[in-house]
Write a protein that binds this ligand. Structure first.
Ligand SMILES: Nc1nc2c(ncn2[C@@H]2O[C@H](COP(=O)(O)OP(=O)(O)OP(=O)(O)O)[C@@H](O)[C@H]2O)c(=O)[nH]1
Ligand SMILES: [Mg+2]
Length: 354
């Protein structure tokens, strides 16, 4: 998962290391070595005096002074010019990984402000500094809007209604089946309600999952009103003390205004506790754009990115939360019922950078 992105982030670290070695790191070293014959003595004196703590204030710019001091105490400073080329390469790498432009820029800004002027012990590697800066920057964009899903479900009044939305074939129905298993493992009962009254065969498909999982399915005939089916699901749950209603919807294109209006209706009639937008991790920026469109039609509370097992780029996982303000809550990592992982920003970032 996200292996291509991992490699690219790793290249950034080695880029900065190389650049720092023949960039500013060498500078104070040069200044401290026996001075070249023509070097004005004030500058060299400035460096050495700095160690003695009495450099004339006007002899050097603060950053030079800072660098000289840092060098004298066994530290060097990373400068903006050391980072320029690596940051450019990183930006290209992020865009190649289908990270949304504004998100890539936010990551770069954060890294720049973390690293420029950073001093390091000569014993500690530049690589460690870069790793920390990358980790902070990624975490900042990935964790936008995160909340504890398990806690939310556990504490909510029952039944909790969750409606799943998204375009065709991304894995909504499969995610619902996985979610029923996920909830069961945490002690919550669930009922499936098939709001996909549009596609032929939709009832049969979800019924197979319900039977395999031992869950009750509420379904109407093809062509029926999706809001009514999910509403029936809620009534069934209320009457039977079921904790969670998992409402499926038909896949629809975000460009189809009729079908998007139908989502609004479901949202209005059912008033779900949570609406989860489902899309494929591999869809990258398309998934980000669709998340926004679906959020506009029926406000989403979070996203599930499926097929992360087949995604080496990770662009959607990095971008969705920052762009939409709604967190990625789960990753689908395969076709089995257990292949649904909580999206944990910290462990993802550890995995990407560590
Ligand atoms: N590899 C992989 N395949 C997945 C994942 N989630 C779903 N799929 C597969 O994606 C295909 C489509 O899944 P569905 O659950 O039918 O998708 P849907 O969004 O309900 O489709 P429509 O109802 O037609 O809009 C199926 O073959 C699933 O097995 C995942 O996390 N990883
Ligand atoms: Mg479906």
């Amino acid at each position: 998962m996200f292996d291509g992105l991992k490699d690219k982030l790793d290249s950034f670290r080695s880029d900065v290391e190389e650049s720092a070695e023949d960039g500013s790191g060498a500078d104070p070293e040069g200044a401290a070595e026996p001075e070249p014959p023509d070097e004005p003595s004030a500058e060299t004196d400035g460096v050495e005096d700095t160690a003695a703590g009495d450099a004339p204030a006007d002899a050097d710019s603060p950053s030079r002074l800072q660098r000289a001091k840092a060098f004298a105490t066994g530290k060097v400073v990373l400068e903006e010019e050391d980072l320029e080329e690596p940051l450019w390469n990183l930006e290209m790498a992020l865009l190649e990984s289908d990270v949304e432009m504004g998100v890539a820029e936010a990551i770069l800004d954060q890294i720049r402000s973390n690293l420029v002027g950073e001093t390091k012990s000569q014993m500690a590697s530049t690589g460690d500094l870069v790793e920390d800066a990358l980790r902070d920057a990624l975490l900042e964009v990935i964790s936008v809007g995160q909340f504890d899903f398990d806690e939310r479900i556990a504490e909510a009044d029952k039944p909790v209604t969750i409606v799943f939305t998204g375009v065709n074939g991304v894995g909504k129905t499969t995610t619902i089946a996985k979610m029923a298993r996920y909830l069961e493992e945490r002690g919550h009962s669930s009922v499936l309600a098939n709001g996909d009254t549009y596609r032929a065969g939709a009832n049969e498909q979800i019924r197979e999952h319900a039977e395999a999982l031992g869950k009750r399915l509420i379904a109407h005939e093809q062509g029926g009103d999706p809001a009514a089916v999910i509403y029936d699901g809620v009534e069934y749950a209320e009457a039977n003390d079921v904790d969670v209603v998992l409402g499926d919807t038909a896949g629809r294109l975000h460009t189809s205004s009729d079908l998007m209006a139908q989502l609004e209706k479901i949202d209005r009639v059912v008033d779900p506790d949570l609406t989860l937008f489902v899309d494929e991790s591999v869809a990258g920026q398309d998934a980000v754009e669709r998340a926004q469109q679906f959020d506009d039609a029926a406000e989403i509370d979070g996203a599930v990115l499926t097929k992360a097992d087949a995604d080496s780029q990770g662009g959607a996982a990095i971008s969705v939360a920052y762009v939409t303000g709604k967190p990625v809550l789960f990753l689908g990592t395969g076709q089995g019922y257990d292949d649904l992982d909580r999206f944990d920003p910290e462990s993802l970032v550890d995995d990407l950078v560590g």
